[in-house]
Design a protein around this ligand. Structure first.
Ligand SMILES: Nc1ncnc2c1ncn2[C@@H]1O[C@H](COP(=O)(O)OP(=O)(O)O)[C@@H](O)[C@H]1O
Ligand SMILES: [Mg+2]
Length: 342
């Protein structure tokens, strides 16, 4: 098949997305597809007629993920004057020429349903869930509303009305932006001064900010593919919480899959993952994040509709524990995604 792996974009997760894209691209190429790695924002000089047969080493162009999120203004400067439109040169034409677009974008443009909606209108097939469920999953405040409606347990939260909201949280608490990802814009505040600076920083990212009850305990994540849960991963950062650095710098977090928990707890988390997936109307696949309190209460934090597929990412680990290798996982995602158009 002709497959365009679409990555990059202009979210804070741009660098992570490019690494996801590189890995997927390499796997699809190995599987015998005519695959290319396409930077959604910067585009491609080669046009749709030649690009799938061009001799380009796409993988070597991708830099490793640095310790901090990238400077998006710098990326915008790279593209220059025509940077009003999200899609870079040739991107739409190449996607239209592909049999399917493998979505390796993370964060706002891409994971929030906008690209999916545009592709639906343009007759472009893509992997992953549809635009509405993407949008619901991207916005944590909307996800939590749906979770409450469907009986999925989630930490209590309060939406701040503005940066000057006089809400008085209990400490510790979590301040997070609604449309973030990769823990960018997530802060744990232990006292008033930490809380105030967290609120200030969060509003620097976006105007929708929530304060969430802090759950002390263990962290898990569980992927659902085609409505079925995969083995669970336990996540234990060696220091601090599961922030950007601990997510992407190899060796900074201990990830155990299958998680070392009893069968009943495994079944409980997996059932919650499926419930959360259904609550948001997700199709194909997604990865749900969980915390379990010291009293064994399970809370769903969020659903990730285009979860990372970098070498240190979680879905590939879960798939491997279920006996599915990386290349097979990519094929599986493509197969179930194409079924959306059957
Ligand atoms: N309510 C909470 N209590 C304790 N830790 C939390 C809470 N919410 C988030 N965290 C920590 O912050 C990380 C990122 O939060 P999450 O809501 O999953 O946002 P993101 O979309 O950035 O991954 C979690 O993996 C967890 O380590
Ligand atoms: Mg998360």
């Amino acid at each position: 098949m002709k497959i365009a792996v679409l990555a990059g974009g202009i979210s804070t997760e741009r660098d992570v997305s490019l690494v996801t894209g590189r890995e997927v691209y390499k796997a699809l190429k190995e599987n015998g597809h005519k695959a290319i790695l396409l930077d959604a924002y910067l585009g491609c000089e080669t046009g749709p007629d030649e690009v799938f047969d061009a001799d380009i080493d796409w993988a070597s162009k991708v830099a490793p993920i640095s310790e901090a999120a990238p400077d998006i203004e710098e990326v915008k400067r790279l593209r220059g004057a025509d940077s009003k439109e999200f899609f870079g040169p040739n991107v739409i034409k190449i996607c239209q020429a592909a049999d399917i677009v493998f979505m390796a974008l993370h964060g706002d443009c891409g994971e929030n349903g906008k690209v999916q909606a545009a592709f639906d209108l343009m007759g472009i097939k893509y992997t992953g869930t549809d635009s509405l469920s993407s949008a619901l999953a991207m916005d944590k405040s909307l996800s939590k509303l749906m979770f409450k409606m469907y009986g999925v347990s989630t930490p209590d939260s309060y939406m701040l009305k503005s940066i000057d909201d006089d809400y008085r949280p209990q400490y510790p608490c979590v301040v997070k932006i609604c449309n973030g990802g990769s823990s960018v814009g997530v802060y744990i505040a232990n006292n008033e001064s930490e809380y105030k600076s967290a609120v200030r920083e969060a509003f620097g990212y976006e105007s929708r900010v929530m304060v969430e009850e802090y759950i002390k305990g263990r962290e898990f994540t569980c992927c659902v593919i085609e409505g079925r849960a995969l083995p669970i991963v336990e996540i234990e950062p060696k220091s601090g919480f599961y922030d950007y650095k601990n997510k992407y710098q190899e060796g900074s977090t201990i990830e155990t899959c299958p998680a070392n928990i009893d069968e009943a707890t495994t079944a409980r988390i997996q059932a919650e993952a499926v419930k959360a997936y259904n609550a948001l109307g997700i199709k194909t696949y997604a990865r749900m994040d969980f915390l379990m309190s010291d009293t064994n209460e399970v809370y769903c934090l969020e659903a990730n509709t285009l979860p990372g597929m970098t070498p240190t990412s979680l879905i590939p680990q879960e798939a491997a524990a279920a006996g599915v290798g990386y290349g097979q996982l990519c094929e599986w995602i493509i197969k179930i995604s194409l079924q959306k158009w059957d």
